[in-house]
Design a protein around this ligand. Structure first.
Ligand code: UDP
Length: 366
């Protein structure tokens, strides 16, 4: 008999497993995939740590979380500075003085503010959706070229139907600063995320290729408590209906050239290009192997966003009104499951970043 059965070997599962084990509990972690680390999983190809389920850049303002992850890995000094490609015009992200200069030729922060002030006049009330929020933050020109197409590809929904908070994830700055995140601490774990999670799970029993929901009754007998990090609607056998998710498909290519796009991330912000972005993984670690040698080849991933269907991997919860209301009803069911703790992006149906998942995991078991 275990004290805890932890379903899912991603960040929420690994952090709770570590903490519970360290406080003397007997823990079993299972995952239906054949590898640990959930969607932060990285796999080495030609010396390059490939982010198999999409790019993950660790960033946080929470010093306790930063110190926590640094117990399990050394973090490099990578700073995310994605580039937006709109029909061959290249813009700096997030929205900052370089972006404004390229868009309007303005040079000073005052000129940039004046442009945005003039363009945001069309929004006369409190923004109620992503489109209105975006225009009131950066004006219509930037909305049309850098936000609208990308967002509609990523979410498969009109910007008027999406919640405003999604675009508030991105900073708007009147300085020449291409750092995508407003975070005190940022970096990529040297050696990859898989290694980081492996270190978290060190000495803990892990069973891979095991599907909890397929053998729920049996697994429930094995432990006093369950920590469940899978999709909350799947736990309840979709009894109230499906929550919607976005899924992502990657086309990975190994190229026999040293440098494909000169940056880790390039976003394709027009509507016509079918992929949302291309990741060139070697640049997360400055194009070098662990010995500091330049890598001669490169791996790129084109990222295609799609609606989730049963059997696909869910990546992003769709936090629009309809789904938020349905989630609330599932949450009521979850609260009645006294033996089960629901956590993580899928367990709580929240657009969490990695640091928020870790903070929540630490909070839940302490
Ligand atoms: N976004 C955009 N243009 C970009 C990058 C992002 O309009 O070039 C918007 C888009 O709506 C996206 C949101 O900002 O869903 C959040 O982007 P973020 O990079 O945080 O998404 P993630 O890395 O989690 O996929």
């Amino acid at each position: 008999m275990y004290d805890y059965l932890i379903v899912g070997a991603g960040l929420f599962g690994a952090v709770t497993a570590r903490e519970l084990t360290d406080s003397g509990k007997k823990v079993l972690v299972i995952d239906r995939r054949d590898h640990i680390a959930g969607n932060v999983y990285t796999e080495k190809t030609e010396g390059i740590n490939v982010h198999k389920y999409g790019a993950h850049i660790f960033h946080t303002n929470d010093r306790a979380v930063w110190e926590y992850v640094n117990r399990f890995a050394v973090f490099n000094r990578f700073t995310n500075s994605p580039v937006a490609n709109y029909k061959g015009e290249l813009y700096s992200l997030p929205f900052n003085m370089y972006t404004f200069n390229r868009m309007w030729g303005v040079v000073t922060p005052e000129e940039a503010r004046a442009k945005i002030e003039e363009q945001k006049k069309e929004i006369t009330h409190e923004p109620e959706n992503l489109e209105e929020q975006a225009i009131s933050l950066v004006g219509r020109d930037i909305y049309e070229k850098l936000i609208k197409g990308y967002t509609e590809k990523q979410w498969g929904r009109d910007c008027k139907e999406l919640p405003a908070f999604i675009i508030k994830r991105l900073p708007v700055r009147f300085t020449y600063d291409n750092n995508y995140f407003n975070a005190l601490y940022q970096g990529i774990p040297v050696g990859g995320y898989t290694k980081l999670v492996e270190n978290m799970l060190s000495g803990i029993e892990v069973e891979l290729g095991s599907d909890y929901l397929e053998n729920k009754a049996q697994y429930d007998k094995k432990a006093e408590k369950i920590i469940y990090t899978g999709a909350i609607d799947a736990f309840f056998d979709y009894s109230l209906g499906n929550l919607e998710y976005r899924s992502v498909r990657f086309e990975n290519e190994l190229l026999d050239i040293p440098n494909y796009q000169g940056n880790a991330a390039v976003n394709y912000t027009d509507r016509e290009t079918p992929w949302t972005r291309i990741i060139e993984h070697k640049w997360f670690e400055f194009g070098k192997d662990e010995q500091g040698n330049d890598l001669q080849k490169t791996v790129i991933s084109r990222e295609y966003s799609s609606e989730w269907h049963p059997g696909d991997e869910p990546y992003y919860p769709v936090n629009d009104e309809k789904n938020s209301a349905l989630y609330k009803r599932y949450k009521e069911l979850a609260d009645k499951e006294k033996k089960v703790i629901f956590g993580g992006r899928l367990g709580e149906y929240k657009y969490y970043d990695m640091d928020q998942v870790i903070a929540k995991a630490l909070e839940v078991i302490n």
